[in-house]
Structures are given as structure tokens and as C-alpha cells.
Unconditional design. Sequence first.
Length: 292
Amino acid sequence: MSTAAVIPPLFQGLFDDAAVFPPGNLPVADAVPAHRAHRAAWYADAVGPLLCGAGRLDELAAAARRPGPAAAQDPAPALRVGLVLPGGSPELGPALAAAAPFEVAGVELATRDAREAVAALDLLLPADVPAAVELPRELLRGDGLDEVLDVLLDSPYRAKFRTGGVVAGAFPDERELAGLLTGCARRGLPYKCTAGLHHAVRHTDAATGFEHHGFLNVLLAAQETDPAAAAEVLAERDGEALAKAVRALTDRQTTVIRNSFTAFGTCSIAEPLDDLAALGLLSPDPTPQEDR
């Protein structure tokens, strides 16, 4: 079965499965079979690895060993896992060891010192495992942003930006996020995002009042090198206007965008897919197709 024709290149591998993180908080024992279902579904090409914090890898290993109903006939492949290390470099070695039962698809390392994080990753990370480095937002303002991005540019690692959370202050505004994205775009530095992006279009959450960025806004802003232009794209709340801009993208623009904005963590896989379908950007076809 091929899903390449079902999932457009702009969205392939875009949605990292952050089901166990807030606000979803799905129990690990439930997240593992749910992730395996995602990986077997018609939309599998849109789904990245299952993200797991360093402190929950034992839970994850136990859940992964739990047999499913068809395990005896068709054993599940090793889980593709992204390691999220909020405790920084001291967690890296133990987490890699604890992740031995899994296929490690990436590492996301939080730090207050980009150079120290790069050094630790250089020392301990297998060469075939990608990594992203996340710094607190207060260190990414003014000259601090250029310094951090230049450190990462001289490394094989991506940046990671937090675009939301469980409090209003966790959401950067359009100008702040535009500065981050265009700083990377001017350098050709890839990045991933996390939190607050599970809907396609910028909106105000009716329950919390939080101002959420839309992942379509971020995708389209990823090709901009001018902060004012990027901020304008990030501020757009008209889903049809964003969908029209997506349809107008050339193959080259799509490549540029996804070489920059590589993925984001979402606690829901269904919501972004539903939004794309509602905007006419995704046409689900669950019928198996022969590879051509």
C-alpha cells in the first residue's frame, strides 16, 4: 500500500505524536497501541515518531512489550521513538541506554547552553540519530538569538522552538516567532516546533482564551526571510486564504519549507488531519493502492 498520493509532500512526517504530553496526557499504556494504529493507518506518511520523556522510558518499554491481539501472527515492529530530554545533557546517556528496545528516531535536548549541548550530542549521540536543541525563550531575544543560531549552524543539529503550552505566557506572539523562523531561514538552519500547533489556522481558543499559532501559518512563514513578512503570514486567520496559498506552492517552495520546518509535536494526530480535510488540502482515501 502506498499513501504517498494521499498525503501531500508538504505534510509528510509533519506530525510527531506527542500524545503523552500536556494537554493530551494520554497514559503511556494507551499511547503505544494508539501510535501503532496511526502507523498502520492510511495517513501513516503524515505521522512522525512517538515522543517520550526521559523519565517515562521504562513505562514505554513495558507498554511496548504488551502483546496486541494479532501479535502472535504479526509481531509489531520496533517503536520509532523521539526522546524528549527536558533535564538537558545529564539525561542523554541514560536515555539512550534506556531506549535500546526502540528505534530512536531523534533526540530533543533542552538546555541553557547551546555549546554545551552540542558538545554532549557530539560525544554521545549515534551518527545516524538526528537531534534538536531547545533553549528557553528568554535566551532567544536580541543578540542571544543570533548567537544560539550560529552555534547550531556550525553543528549537525536542528533548533527547537516552543510555540505554546498550558499557560498564555508560553505562546510567543507573531513578531517573536517570526524572528525565530526568519533567523533560521536566513541561515538555512532547520527547526522543529512543539506545543500549541495542533490546528491548521491561527485562532483564539474558546475555552482558554490562548492565542494559538496555526501550523499552516508556520509552514507558509517558513519560506520568509523578512520578519515583517513572516509575522504577517503568522497573523493570518482566514483558513481559505491560507489554503489558497498552500495550493499555489511550487515543488521548490515545498522543499524549501520542509527543509526548514521539519516537524512539530502534537498531542492529537486527528485534529490536524481533520483541519486539512476541512480546508480541502487532504482527501482521505483509505483504499489500499498498489505501488506504482
